[in-house]
Design a protein around this ligand. Sequence first.
Ligand code: C5P
Length: 342
Amino acid sequence: MAARGDHDSGAPARDGYDRGIVSPVTNVTVRVPAKVNLQLAVGPVRADGYHSLVTVFHAVSLFDEVTVAPAERDGVVVTGEGAAGVPADGSNLAVRAAAALLQAAGPGVQDAPGLAIRISKRIPVAGGLAGGSADAAATLVACNELWQAGLSQRDLGELAAGIGSDVAFGLVGGTAIGMGRGERLTPALAAGRFHWVLAFADGGLSTADVYAACDRVRAARDRAGGPESGPAGEPVLDNALMAALRSGDPAELGPLLSNDLQAAAISLRPGLRRTLAAGQELGALGAMVSGSGPTCAFLARDRRHAQKLAAELAGAGVCRGVAQVTGPAPGACVITGAAGQM
Ligand code: C5P
């Protein structure tokens, strides 16, 4: 992290520590959800290389946990789902988030020379569920708490946007409309609780590769002519989908789910077609690739239907594994912050 070595061990301890009034928090754990996109409308490529988006983020109850603690040296340990695929160096989004927070708060906030980050993963890596972004969001919240840095939710949101397009949403969770490249958020009204089944694939897909494939699919379509050819227009929010969310009726919502990256993800992973078809045949109210994939998300009528769908999909041999989840789920929140061992 940037501040490694910046620490002045001779600096006075923060007020309160000396007098023993405040016991130092020695580790903080934050829980953070995965997301699916209920709508993902991809517009033209912007001057900065990103695509302009209108998306409806929906956090679901599949959580990673990030624990931070003061340490002699910086380090990151990743355990759980797909841990081997997560970089443990400065390219790790959680490491970047801690560095960004430290820079914003000033190196004086850190009580120890280094920071230990432990990421316990349940959200698959490169799965289209914003797992890496979630870990970055969790790290921002955890370090803000550990270092008592006092950054507001708004400050954290600005730092988040500089780390990745989906990080800001990990902070707020729930259901929200994302604009710009996905980082400009407005909370959305959604009634009740929706029941989902996620079908995980073997391996991941790179978000950048899927956007590039989307550009290729569109270019090929344009060369072929036809009704959908021509430059991608600015994306627009689907008002019918917003109304279905407010109604809380999954039967209304299911047919309105849409993802402009789906064809691109399928072009890179043709097997996803089978997974989606299996879910539809098994009675899912809606079936889509989640974000840039390759995870597929299926909307169920209720908890019991989701249970049945999950069991049948798992048995159909069309995916690596399944998870039954609900949404909306809350954004990154501190679950433990205590004086104790990490
Ligand atoms: O912002 P994030 O790091 O999550 O984006 C990963 C990659 O996905 C970007 O480098 C870019 O290639 C692509 N992307 C895009 N348009 C967006 C968001 C992401 O082209 N709105």
